[in-house]
Design a protein around this ligand. Structure first.
Ligand SMILES: Cc1ncc(COP(=O)(O)O)c(C=O)c1O
Length: 369
């Protein structure tokens, strides 16, 4: 599963050679039967991997564009929105809703902790919200939020709000865990577990969300999911599609389905558990507890006195590995490892050996000071 690429940031992730090859296919007429087949192949198989019968709309955008599309199609100025923030990406989703004029109420968790569903139920009971924004895998902390528990908490509401889910760094590697009627828009992006380059946002959209989009007065043209659905029913996109990226994603879907969706999910669980154990064996503390650890990204505390820049510089110089630093309040406190998509057991072992070597290097040089 691996060819020695050591890009271990939480996206973009390494590309399998089959995907790289697909990216060199010639352009085709996007109003042709050949394109219709490509779009149908991608959308139907995205549904299978996400585990939904809801329509999956593919937009030319990064994950943030997908989040913005979800908001633009459902939220109007003045709407009450409940934002469940367990980190940096939860805050970004909320920021988009604020930019669209929503009145945003926040439920936040401490870094490394998931959202507690009890206050969500309380809030939903007290106030009518148009939408609830939730993050599945919070990439800044390595926490996987319990979406079924959050969805359950929303049953306390007299009228269930729309549930918009940021699944950017989870889908393709983990099940959404929600039935089609329990969520309204789930967003993911090509450069994460999907083993494709950045540039495609994929949105699974419920009937309820389409109905809401039909009447939602927030302005949008490029990101109009109703227009996208109408075009998709003819096998097309409203605007010129990113054909190259669709070829890449199509080839990646071949690989995911060849391995088997359940096996892909199991591999992510196995590799992430091994990584966390290995980090602990090296004396490092993982930010998230096992019970809610993300299968795609892990944040661990830097050893005292070791700056992230030094740590990363040595990992890259000595082992060719690139990790990511902490974000927001966790900047310079944690380092983050992306382990999604095109990654195998031996990559995790190499990563752990490299981190061990790097810790040893600094222990030696610190000892010498
Ligand atoms: C959970 C989550 N949401 C949103 C985003 C933003 O996606 P993009 O950088 O593709 O716009 C990311 C990217 O890391 C993410 O991990």
């Amino acid at each position: 599963m691996s060819d020695g690429q050591q890009l271990r940031i939480p996206g973009p992730t390494p590309l399998p050679p089959e995907v790289v090859a697909a990216l060199s296919k010639p352009m085709i007429n996007h109003r042709s039967q050949e394109f219709r087949q490509l779009l149908a192949s991608v959308s139907e198989r995205l549904q299978r991997v996400i585990g939904t019968a809801n329509d999956v709309i593919v937009l030319t955008a990064s994950g943030t564009g997908g989040l913005e599309a979800a908001v633009a199609n459902t939220i109007e100025p003045g709407d009450a929105v409940l934002s469940l923030c367990s980190g940096y990406f939860g805050e970004r989703f909320a920021q988009i809703a604020e930019r669209f004029g929503a009145k945003v109420a926040y439920i936040r968790s401490e870094p490394g902790q998931p959202i507690d569903p009890a206050p969500v139920a309380e809030a939903a009971k007290k106030q009518r919200f148009t939408a609830v924004l939730a993050t599945h895998s919070e990439t800044s902390t390595g926490v996987l939020n319990d979406l079924p528990a959050i969805s359950q908490a929303l049953h306390a509401a007299p009228e269930r709000p729309l549930l918009l889910v940021d699944g950017v760094s989870s889908l393709g590697a983990a099940p959404l865990g929600l039935a089609d009627e329990e969520y309204d828009i789930a967003i993911t992006a090509s450069q994460k577990a999907w083993m494709a380059p950045p540039g495609l946002a994929m949105l699974a959209v419920s009937e309820r969300a389409f109905k809401r989009a039909e009447v939602c007065r927030s302005p949008r043209l490029y990101f109009d999911v109703v227009a996208a659905r109408k075009s998709a029913s003819r096998g097309e996109t409203p605007w010129t599609p990113a054909e190259t990226l669709l070829y890449g994603l199509d080839a990646a879907l071949d690989l995911i389905l060849l391995e088997g969706v359940a096996d892909v999910f199991a591999r992510h669980r196995r590799l992430s558990a091994r990584l966390r154990q290995g980090l602990r064996d090296l004396g490092l503390s993982v930010l998230s507890a096992e019970a809610w650890a993300s299968p795609t990204v892990t944040a661990a505390f830097l050893p005292a006195g070791l700056a992230y820049a030094q740590f990363q510089a040595h990992l890259e110089a000595a082992y060719g590995i690139q990790l990511a630093g902490g974000q927001g309040a966790l900047k310079d406190k944690v380092f983050r490892i992306g382990h999604m998509g095109y990654i195998a057991d031996e990559d995790i072992e190499y990563l752990l050996q490299s981190i061990a070597g790097t810790l040893q290097h600094f222990a030696i040089s610190r000892g010498g000071n």
